[in-house]
Design a binder for this molecule. Structure first.
Ligand SMILES: [Zn+2]
Ligand SMILES: [Zn+2]
Length: 93
């Protein structure tokens, strides 16, 4: 397991660590990647390795890429939403 920040990929020390969705972030990196809105563990949205607030998260149509939507039905995408996002994060790195 890595101790690196999911956003900036630098080492995260305990004093500046936020853990969410099984991933680590710097407190300073744990913000909306669109406008830098303040996020909490309760209201953040993780998408494609980036964090968004409820207001700035891309619409579902934008989240699902055409190449991947062909092999998965909409129902499956909704059911495995969180796992799908994690896979996206890994591919991103
Ligand atoms: Zn960071
Ligand atoms: Zn925002």
């Amino acid at each position: 397991m890595s101790n690196d920040c999911t956003i900036c990929l630098k080492k995260v020390y305990v004093t500046e660590k936020i853990e969410a969705n099984g991933r680590r972030y710097h407190k300073t990196c744990f913000k909306c990647s669109e406008k830098g809105c303040r996020l909490t563990i309760a209201n953040f949205i993780s998408h494609d390795g980036h964090l968004f607030c409820q207001k700035h998260v891309p619409k579902l149509q934008a989240i699902i890429r055409p190449a991947q939507s062909r092999s998965r039905s909409i129902k499956q995408q909704q059911r495995t939403h969180h796992r799908y996002q994690n896979e996206e994060d890994d591919n991103d790195i």
